[in-house]
Design a protein around this ligand. Sequence first.
Ligand code: FES
Length: 107
Amino acid sequence: MPKLVVKNRNGDVFTVDAQNGLSVMENIRDLDASVDAICGGLCSCATCHVFIAADMQQERLHPRTHEESSMLENSPHFDADRSRLSCQIITSDQLDGLELEVAPSDF
Ligand code: FES
């Protein structure tokens, strides 16, 4: 069971025992001050926006898809190096120790 290290919007840090096969969004959305995930993971709202360091992404994650990038680039908090949609990342053992930060709300 991989552990995700999550900093929420209040700056609190949680270690989450994540379930493989679920998206990262599904594993973190119930935390206090976490992602809103309004569309439920359909890649159509960008309210599951998180920041993940570029080097950590290169080691552990697939690159952003065009669809994911299009959603993120509309956010005023878009960071070309660190922004990801947490609903588009499927949890696996490869993510153990992944550090991520919930992006500020766009609303
Ligand atoms: S939950 Fe809506 S884009 Fe991720």
